[in-house]
Design a protein around this ligand. Structure first.
Ligand code: ATP
Length: 746
């Protein structure tokens, strides 16, 4: 059986329709079973630049381009499948396609004729320019952008291994945009490295990021052996993937771009998905940098490494958990999905569902409830406390508490972050407990006043026999703690959590108590710039020690550089702290894709804005954009519903997206909160005027001391919303534009 390697083809290959994809699959299946089968018509190309290139017959009109690499120790060669093209084009391209081992760093590079912008390269020898001629020429030319950052041609070619022609072109590029254009055409890893250079990343750091080798080729090996060895380099895996499993191969071929996230990880993503960590690890990174992708791969890798391992993959809410689960199953349909946390396999669930699932298994509920709530638990854990209870408690009580503190949101935060987190059950405990991280200081009389309200809240819930989500989480955590204190094993072996920036104290207590401190215990994926709920927490105070095990992803796979630039501009000027209380930065954020600049549209009136949004959506649909890949995002549910109605009245099929997925191919209208973790091709942020964004109602509901934090959340919310667009982004408003848009006029 021949070995098969797939090359990433998203840039070069034409879109194939379903029937051709089936034929490609049949061709590849045959090839891996018997590469000598005459029906494949595997043929070398006369006069080809690379003697390894072959074309094979997919059908009468289409041919695949392959490289055949022989293994002198085994009978079977390795075929590298580069893609499928119409017959004549395939032959023409194949003639000028080649594989090369980068002479500086040993990365394998596959070049498909002119489609990689390398049509004239066959005459060019890829060796570094030691003569310094180009460098001298560049010194006399006007200074380019990369040279302005201090890079020389020698840095790019001799130290990094960028193709000399691309490197000299990149050095003359006048701005970041021009570097991007060159990066877009560059082969494999080189495109990414050029973008890194443009953001000022040092050569040494880039070498580390891509795992580049100092000893590129082993002269004792013949050329084919060198190629097979080069395939193992982390940066080669950005372009080439060995796929052993037939089903996996079929899935990869059937998806348009080989579902790149499943097959071609960035070397950094691969490291974080595969590496063993001796304790909790934190992966941060901008929106769209692939944190969720890493989390999913990591869950799969841990499950493969030990099929008996009990793994929990969790995230902020139910809908995000559903999409984690379906992506995990896409990545590996054979993976064992656990029904309950604690069973072998991967349990996937929103964090609240995880809390319930743990508590349902608890055999120490009475003891647990006594410890957390100060009274025996209700008969059932399934009845949830209504959100109106805090409101009623506040309305009925005359506590003398500052009205800004006598609000449901302040009390709920205090209850979760201080009272539940510390298992406070009496006033004596509450007046003494430390409240680090809470914006508002409370005097002793104020604490007494707050406690009265807490007691009233608990009394009501006890009478009703209900629990809040946060109480369930706190109970679940405590039941686990009591269990392990009594000598039992921890419930699970590995926890992976996505969207962790939004978790509060009782969420963290649950995660901490689920798994023993140790190897690969907690993998935390988060972006503090996207924190849109609750107050920031500090992991160290919650028993989670990261101690140097934290890394950041910066390459955005989702959106264009233009959209990214706009989204990041929303954050500018504001200061953010990460989960370890260090400054969070957007330095180095970049995207490899380009597209139109976001449009900011000021409308004359609310009615004009409804018309504007409808006509924009219609024009996209008229151009063939699928309606379900278009989203209109609003700050509130009321404005969302207004846009759903308005679109319907203007003959655009649109639905409000809330808890349930939208059925049918229609435009999705959702709140900015609901858009968390999602992505769409075209996005309109509607109603971004200064009354709605930031939401004056939300700001009014928090005490003065927490205003700055609340405003930061509003800013983050707009950043989350703006970073959902893959291709095009439009922002509309009527009246005064939101101050969070800054002075951007894109
Ligand atoms: N290596 C990759 N190759 C191709 N596409 C990728 C890769 N990694 C991530 N992506 C794609 O980029 C997009 C963003 O990825 P993902 O959702 O994992 O990012 P994220 O960092 O979790 O984003 P957010 O913080 O906004 O939720 C997805 O469409 C994903 O499929």
């Amino acid at each position: 059986m021949a070995n098969l390697v797939l090359a990433s083809n998203s840039k070069a290959m034409p879109k194939l329709d379903g029937s051709i994809k089936n034929k490609v699959w049949a061709f590849i299946e045959k090839l891996s079973a018997d590469h000598k089968s005459p029906g494949l018509h595997i043929e070398p190309i006369k006069g080809a630049v690379d003697k390894r290139v072959r074309t094979g017959r997919v059908d009468l009109n289409f041919r695949a381009i392959l490289f055949k690499v022989d293994d002198k120790f085994g009978d079977d060669p390795t075929f590298i499948y580069m893609g499928t093209w119409p017959h004549d084009e395939a032959n023409k391209l194949a003639e000028r396609s080649r594989l090369q081992i980068n002479p500086i760093n040993g990365v394998l590079e596959g070049i498909i004729g002119e489609l990689d912008g390398t049509d004239d390269r066959k005459k060019r020898v890829v060796v570094p320019d030691h003569s310094g001629e180009l460098d001298r020429a560049l010194k006399t030319a006007p200074q380019g952008y990369l040279a302005g950052l201090g890079f020389t041609l020698e840095d790019l070619t001799d130290r990094l291994g960028i193709d000399p022609a691309a490197a000299s072109e990149a050095l003359t590029a006048v701005d970041e945009d021009a570097v991007m254009l060159i990066a877009e055409r560059a082969v494999g890893w080189q495109g990414g490295a050029l973008l890194d250079l443009a953001t000022g990343t040092s050569i040494d750091d880039i070498r580390i990021k891509y795992g580049l080798s100092d000893a590129p080729v082993d002269e004792n090996l013949d050329e084919d052996e060198q190629i097979l060895k080069a395939l193992e380099q982390p940066a080669s895996k950005m372009q080439f993937a060995f796929i052993e499993d037939n089903d996996e191969l079929r899935r990869a071929i059937e998806s348009d771009d080989f579902a790149a996230w499943r097959v071609f990880l960035h070397p950094e993503q691969r490291t974080y998905a595969e590496k063993n960590y001796n304790g909790a690890f934190r992966l941060s990174g901008g929106a769209g940098t692939g944190k969720t992708v890493v989390a999913i791969h990591r869950a799969r890798n841990l499950a493969h490494a030990n099929p008996d391992a009990r793994i929990v993959l969790t995230t902020y809410n139910k809908t995000l958990a559903q999409s984690l689960k379906s992506d995990l199953q896409l990545l590996d349909p054979t993976l064992r999905i656990a029904e309950k946390p604690g069973e072998p396999g991967v349990y996937v669930g929103g964090i609240d569902a995880l809390g319930y699932a743990v508590l349902r298994q608890a055999t120490n509920l009475a003891e647990t409830a006594q410890s957390v709530l100060g009274y025996a638990s209700p008969d059932s854990i399934n009845s949830r406390t209504r959100s109106s209870v805090w409101r009623n408690v506040v309305a009925e009580a005359a506590t003398g508490l500052d009205p800004k503190m006598a609000t449901p949101s302040f009390l709920e935060n205090e209850y979760v972050a201080v009272i539940l987190a510390n298992r406070v059950t009496t006033l004596e405990q509450y007046v003494k407990v430390a409240r680090p991280g809470r914006g508002v200081r409370l005097s002793r009389p104020q604490r007494i006043a707050v406690w009265k309200l807490v007691e009233a809240y608990r009394r009501q819930a006890r009478m009703d026999g209900t629990l809040s989500y946060a109480e369930v989480l706190a109970l679940a955590a405590e039941s686990l703690r009591l269990r392990t204190d009594a000598g039992a094993d921890h419930l699970v072996d590995h926890v992976i959590v996505d969207e962790a920036q939004d978790l509060h104290a009782t969420h963290w207590a649950l995660l901490r108590d689920l798994v023993a401190e140790g190897s690969n215990d907690l993998f935390i994926s988060e972006d503090s710039h996207q924190r849109i709920y609750g107050q920031p927490v500090v992991l160290g105070r919650l028993g989670i020690k990261i101690v140097g095990r934290s890394r950041r992803l910066t390459l955005n796979y989702r959106t264009t550089a233009q959209n990214l630039h706009f989204a990041v501009s929303i954050l500018s000027g504001a200061e953010y702290k990460d989960l370890e209380q260090d400054d969070e930065s957007t330095a180095g954020y970049r995207s490899a894709r380009r597209g139109p600049a976001p449009e900011l549209v000021e409308c004359d009136s609310a009615a004009d804005e409804l018309d504007e949004v409808a006509s924009q959506v219609k024009s996209w649909i008229a151009k063939g954009v699928e309606p379900s890949s278009i989203a209109v995002l609003t700050r509130s549910e009321a404005v969302r519903d207004q846009f759903v109605r308005a679109l319907g009245e203007r003959d655009v099929a649109a639905r409000a997206l809330d808890d349930k997925p939208v059925a049918g191919d229609c435009v999705q209208v959702l709140t900015m909160h609901r858009s968390k973790g999602m992505e769409f091709s075209r996005v309109i942020l509607a109603g971004v005027d200064d009354a709605h964004v930031p939401s004056s109602a939300s700001l009014k509901s928090v005490p003065d001391d927490e205003q700055a934090e609340a405003l930061l959340r509003e800013r983050s919310l707009l950043y989350v919303a703006a970073s959902r667009a893959r291709d095009e982004l439009i922002v509309t408003w009527s009246g005064k534009r939101s101050e969070l848009l800054g002075s951007s006029t894109q």
